[in-house]
Design a protein around this ligand. Structure first.
Ligand code: MG
Length: 401
């Protein structure tokens, strides 16, 4: 049996992970469950999977849950709850589906324990990739990506000589606004931007799929996971989301990973690799996907993508600042405070104000905090100067490879 600690158990990654545990002969057991505030769902999950170690990071939710705990259950609560749970549980693999930079301290603790980290919280790598990769190396921990594209790259590289890799073709569905004209982007509503054509994911990543900021963060994630330079990463729009990414080798061969868009695939891989036991992910019907299209992304309509490359080249705290600004911008867009293209302005303003120090996890968390404050100010300025978001988006930087 593989024992799993599940962080973010009530979210999209968490519920799909539990669906895998539920399968007959899954070989999986759950030793700990953590959520932010969805305490009723957390307690239902604890009952179904017989889990006694729980965490709720929202103190109000924890107070509501406490009277309903089953005998022998321990509930960790508050801002340190995830770290406490990580130390209280015995587990082989932690599935980390927390959203945002808030998941970084938990990634650090899991890696310090030398465990396998099945990482869906890409923000951990975006914010502090160099520190996390070094930590994993020193402790003997493994970081296995749950992000579908990165899981695909890992599978394409299996058994290959990394020195023979020429470049990675990182696929991107293009999201729900792929065909929206530039002139209409500032009128896009949260409802329209949340309609992802292929993948079932949480709101932040779905808005990021519409703006291509998610792909920018994935470029940075790819850089850290596989030690790739910006020149070795090319983003390709692939609307069908069947090819999850490709690796080109120096002999001209291109190896692609294909499958239906189902996040249980990369979660299953992260839990079991190098084994490939059966999974509930349905097989591939080539007739249903006889047409696979590929096109170049449009950096003018979607300037966010360029920022991923800019952050790798700039280094320091730039990716941390970009991520923080995007977390604030996405929430402001979902709240109706700013328009869709205003998110680009929040990103640019934050990057232009950054300080640069990335010497430790602590300095990065401080940079994250400063960038959030600054992004909130930018959001406020944009919301007060309406119809600011009716104007054109800021021009994209031009230094993309
Ligand atoms: Mg992805």
């Amino acid at each position: 049996m593989t024992s799993i600690l599940l962080l973010g158990s009530t979210g999209s990654i968490g519920t799909q992970t539990l669906d895998l545990v539920r399968q007959p002969k899954s070989g999986l057991a759950v030793s700990g469950l953590a959520a932010r505030a969805s305490w009723e769902t957390l307690l239902e999950q604890a009952k179904e999977f017989g889990v006694t170690q729980l965490a709720l990071t929202d103190p109000e939710a924890a107070a509501l849950a406490r009277p309903h705990l089953a005998p022998g259950t321990h509930l960790h609560e508050g801002p340190e709850a995830l770290q406490e749970l990580i130390h209280a549980c015995d587990f082989d693999t932690a599935v980390h589906g927390v959203v945002g930079c808030a998941g970084l301290p938990a990634s650090v603790e899991i890696l310090k324990r030398g465990k396998r980290l099945a990482l869906a919280n890409k923000e951990s790598l975006v914010v502090a990739g160099e520190h996390l990769m070094a930590l994993a190396e020193n402790s003997g921990a493994e970081i296995i990506p749950v992000d579908s594209e990165h899981s695909a790259v890992l599978q394409c590289l299996r058994g290959e000589d990394r020195a023979r890799l020429k470049r990675v073709l990182l696929t991107c569905s293009g999201g729900p606004l792929r065909l929206t004209p530039q002139s209409d982007l500032d009128r896009v509503t949260p409802e329209e931007a949340l309609k992802h054509p292929n993948w079932s994911m949480g709101p932040r990543i779905t808005i990021g799929s519409a703006s291509l900021m998610n792909k920018a963060l994935e470029v940075i994630e790819l850089h850290h996971l596989f030690g790739l330079t910006p020149e070795e990463i090319e983003v390709v729009i692939h609307p069908q989301s069947i090819v999850h990414s490709m690796v080109e080798f120096v002999d001209g061969a291109v190896v692609a990973h294909m499958g239906v868009p189902d996040m249980r695939g990369p979660i299953h891989h992260a839990l079991h690799t190098p084994d490939r036991p059966p999974s509930p992910v349905r097989g591939f019907d080539l007739q249903a996907f006889s047409k696979l299209e590929f096109e170049a992304p449009d950096p003018v309509r979607f300037p966010a993508l360029t920022l991923g490359y800019e952050c790798i080249r700039a280094g320091g705290d730039s990716a941390c600042v970009l991520n923080a600004a995007d977390e604030i911008a996405v929430q402001a867009f979902l709240d109706g405070t700013i328009g869709f293209t205003d998110m680009n302005r929040v990103h640019r303003a934050a990057l232009d104000q950054r300080q640069g120090d990335a010497s430790s996890i602590e300095t990065l968390l401080a940079a994250d905090s400063r960038a959030r404050t600054h992004a909130r100010q930018t959001v406020q300025e944009l919301s007060m100067s309406k119809p600011a978001h009716a104007g054109p988006a800021l021009p994209p930087s031009t230094n993309r490879s």
